[in-house]
Design a protein around this ligand. Structure first.
Ligand SMILES: NC(=O)c1ccc[n+]([C@@H]2O[C@H](COP(=O)([O-])OP(=O)(O)OC[C@H]3O[C@@H](n4cnc5c(N)ncnc54)[C@H](OP(=O)(O)O)[C@@H]3O)[C@@H](O)[C@H]2O)c1
Length: 208
């Protein structure tokens, strides 16, 4: 079974991605700044210490991995630096098949779309969190200009509610989907890995 590397594995979405990948039979390399924050244990799970901002641990993380998912979220601008370290390593990795960047609605072409999501606060996030969104935009631009097979998924607001089984992807000019549970998003992302769908694509993802 193929191997998937997950950055941001100690986060709320990251944990669900790890769980779902293991359920689907993947071997998983999980990156954490503090491995103690990952309590999950599984013979197919390897927890690796590293820091995406400095690039520490990334070489080992992606070794022998066909798939790489980045679910890093930070109020500090770290993603562009992370892409600067990660993408050349992926280009050099002969086994590599797909990179999935978990992004946010309001970046790239989805900026106007974010003004149509429900909730004034959610609509204003790209302005309130200007440095964060600038960092994600720069990270996306690095991914886009790489020759890699990638998918950028710009998510609507994430929730910890139980899975609803509802995931839809839309283009940036369509009405935005509703908020989505982390469980549903994780399910969708892991299912996407083994397909040829949405390669070199940028999509808004949410629920119907
Ligand atoms: N929350 C939302 O409503 C929302 C909406 C749309 C999109 N998203 C996107 O969805 C993704 C996951 O969101 P979430 O709310 O589930 O995330 P989260 O729980 O806040 O987790 C963020 C993860 O990023 C890791 N991280 C931060 N800086 C790092 C660094 N320098 N090196 C390595 N890891 C680092 C954190 O590790 P530590 O444990 O070491 O801190 C943690 O594992 C993010 O990409 C976010 O932008 C979120």
């Amino acid at each position: 079974m193929p191997k998937v590397a997950i950055l941001g594995a100690s986060g709320k979405l990251g944990d669900r991605l790890v769980a779902r990948a293991l359920e689907e039979g993947y071997s998983v390399n999980a990156l954490a700044r503090d491995p103690r924050r990952l309590s999950r244990q599984n013979e197919k799970l390897t927890i690796m210490r590293g820091d995406a901002e400095t690039g520490e641990g990334l070489e080992a993380l992606i070794d022998h991995c066909q798939y790489v998912i980045c679910a890093i979220g930070s109020l500090r601008p770290v993603l562009e630096a992370c892409m600067g370290h990660l993408l050349p390593k992926l280009e050099a990795n002969k086994r590599f098949q797909r990179f999935v960047l978990i992004s946010r609605i309001g970046t790239g072409e989805s900026r106007p779309q974010a003004l149509k999501v429900s909730g004034l606060l959610q609509q204003q996030l790209p302005v309130i969190l200007t440095p964060v969104f600038r960092d994600i935009n720069l990270a996306e631009a690095r991914v886009r200009s790489s020759p890699l097979p990638y998918t950028i998924l710009r998510s609507t607001r994430l929730t910890d509610e139980p899975p609803a089984g509802s995931v839809i992807t839309v283009g940036p000019k369509e009405p935005p989907p509703h908020r989505i549970t982390r469980a549903d998003l994780a399910h969708y992302v892991i299912e996407l890995l083994g397909t040829q769908d949405h390669l070199r694509a940028e999509l808004t993802v949410g629920s119907g």
